[in-house]
Structures are given as C-alpha cells and as structure tokens.
Design a protein around this ligand. Structure first.
Ligand code: COA
Ligand code: MG
Length: 292
C-alpha cells in the first residue's frame, strides 16, 4: 500500500471519486471528518458503499476508520459496517497493542455474526494521537495477527499536548512530532509491519507535499495517507520502488546467492553485508506485492 486516501463516510460523491482516484486504499472515515449528528447516516452510507464496491473487479482496499474505543461509538460503528466486509478497520487514538487486541476481539464476534471467514479483517492503528499512544509504540509486536501496518497522527497529538503549533515556519515538524514519527518507524519495524506516513493537510502545496513524501521514503515509510485525490499520484510515484533501485536490489541478492559462504561482499566500491541483503530482499518483495 503506497497511497491511502481519506474519504468522509457521509459523502457518496467523494466515495465515488475515491474509487477513480488511483489510490491503493480508501479510508472511509466515520471519525473526525463526520459531525456527531451525522454518524448514524455515515454508517449506513459507508456500509452501502462497501456492499456496492466490494465486488468490483479492480478496486482499492476498503478500510473503515471507526471512532476510538473510548468514545462509546465504536461498537455501533462495527455493528453497522462489518456486514459490508471491509478489508480493514483503522483504529484512531490507539494507545498500544492492548487496544489492538481489544478491537480484534470485537471484530472476531462480528465476523462470525456476518458469516465472514475468521481473521480476514485487518487492523491499522493510528498510534501517536495522544501522549499515552507514544509510550504504547513498543507494544504492537504480537498484538494480533490482524495487524496490517502502523501509522501516526500529528494533529490530535498537538491538541492533547496543548501545543501552539506542530510545525515551524519553514514547515518542518517541531521536536515532539519528529519523535512521534521516528518512534512509529521503530514500533512498526519491531512489530514487523509497514510504517505509513501521516497526512499533509495543506493540499494545495504540491512542492512541500512531494518533499515530505521523499523524506518519508528515505527514512523507511512504505506509503502515505492522503486527504485529497490530487495527492494520490505523487504518493504512488514516489513510493513505488524505482526500476534502478529494483535492479540494484536484484543484483545484490544474486551476488549473495552466487557466494553462499560470504558474509561480506564488495560491489561498485561499496561494502555489502547482511543488512544490505535484507534491505534488498524487502524491496523486491514490496515490488512483487505492488505488481500483484
Ligand atoms: N476523496 C474523494 N474526493 C475528494 C476528496 C477526497 N478526500 N477531496 C476532494 N474531493 C473531490 C471534491 O469533492 C471535488 O469534486 P468535484 O470536482 O466533483 O466537485 C474535487 O475532489 C476537488 O476538490 P476541491 O474543490 O479541490 O476540494 P474541496 O474543497 O471540495 O475539499 C476537503 C477539501 C479538505 C474538504 C476534502 O479534500 C476532504 O474532504 N478531504 C478528506 C478529509 C478527511 O477525511 N479528513 C479526515 C482525515 S485527516
Ligand atoms: Mg483525528
């Protein structure tokens, strides 16, 4: 998954546009982009959308963002949308692996009730939306076989901290958010799942958006969430392994295969050892998955 486009759960028009956006996944939102009074209607609209688009021959992954476990709304969200068989549930304000386990139990019951195969609905938590979530980042490993990836949030964290801003004048994040971003990478890697970068809300600033995508790819994120269809194409382009990177990775793998006893090998004046091989194998695996 390179691109994950947020679509408000109460907007059939945007849901339709989302299908045509080229995004690898749609995040059908029942949480912050839906007003409190509109929640019941958003659940119905989202379920109808799941039912009508699930069977399309070529479609994005369909992820539903429910309301947080502490809101008292998540059960009603799941009751309404699980019969539509979403591919995954996004859990906002996740405070750690225990929350994922808790949600996994709720999902398992609904899968049984809706006659869905057990364990097929994945979970994608947003991990840094409050201070507790930061300290939970080391706890996702083995939380649930449903765990799909980790992503992070900077806007709600800023509200939790009572910060005046989360970005400096030049657009870069202030220290607390840089830490949250880095810990998400560590947490995801420790849990052996992908790390997905957070949204960039200033959707008319294409240059700054591309720079943020490149920085995320550089550091090890494998995709990014989007809030506007115009952000999808740059994400897909930037997070797809480039032909040059793929060729180099295959060369490295072939070199180690040809030298099974070697721990370290030289290539083009560069030292290669086990971490380089693992990186190359991961890149090739990711390219193969994207090609499917
Ligand atoms: N998904 C699908 N379609 C979208 C979209 C989205 N996230 N954002 C915009 N569009 C559509 C618009 O409906 C519009 O369609 P039209 O040309 O048929 O009228 C077109 O794309 C161009 O949109 P634009 O006029 O540039 O933006 P806007 O002012 O209509 O919408 C937002 C701006 C921010 C309200 C909108 O992008 C949005 O709803 N984003 C998602 C918000 C969200 O889910 N947030 C929660 C996570 S942070
Ligand atoms: Mg939010």
């Amino acid at each position: 998954m390179r691109s994950l486009l947020f679509v408000p759960g109460d907007s059939p028009k945007k849901q339709q546009k989302g299908l045509e956006s080229g995004a690898d996944a749609l995040i059908l939102d029942l949480e912050d982009s839906v007003a409190l009074d509109a929640k019941p209607q958003a659940r119905e609209i989202t379920r109808a959308f799941l039912e009508s688009s699930r069977a399309l021959p070529k479609r994005p992954l369909l992820i539903v963002r429910i309301n947080g476990l502490a809101t008292g709304m998540s059960d009603a969200d799941l009751d309404a949308i699980m019969p539509g068989a979403p591919d995954a549930i996004m859990l906002p304000k996740s405070e750690g692996g225990t929350d994922v386990g808790h949600l996994a139990a709720k999902i398992a019951v609904r899968e049984a009730e809706a006659d869905l195969p057990d364990g097929t609905t994945r979970i994608l938590p947003i991990t840094t939306e409050n201070a507790k979530g930061i300290f939970g980042l080391g706890s996702y490993s083995r939380s649930s076989h449903r765990l799909m990836a980790l992503t992070w949030g900077a806007e709600d964290l800023s509200a939790d901290l009572g910060a005046e801003t989360n970005r400096l004048e030049d657009g870069s994040y202030t220290d607390p958010y840089r830490l949250a971003r880095a810990l998400t990478l560590f947490g995801a890697t420790a849990a052996q799942v992908d790390a997905i970068d957070t949204v960039f809300t200033n959707f008319r600033d294409d240059a700054a958006f591309r720079a943020e995508c490149l920085a995320a790819r550089r550091d090890g994120f494998t995709g990014k969430m989007a809030i506007h269809p115009a952000q999808v194409a740059p994400i897909n382009e930037i997070f797809a392994p480039s032909p040059a990177a793929l060729a180099k990775a295959k060369q490295i793998i072939a070199l180690f295969e040809a030298n099974p006893g070697a721990g370290v090998i030289g290539l083009d004046g560069e030292m290669l050892d086990r971490p380089h091989l693992i990186k190359a194998q991961r890149l090739v695996a990711r390219a193969r998955k994207l090609a499917e």
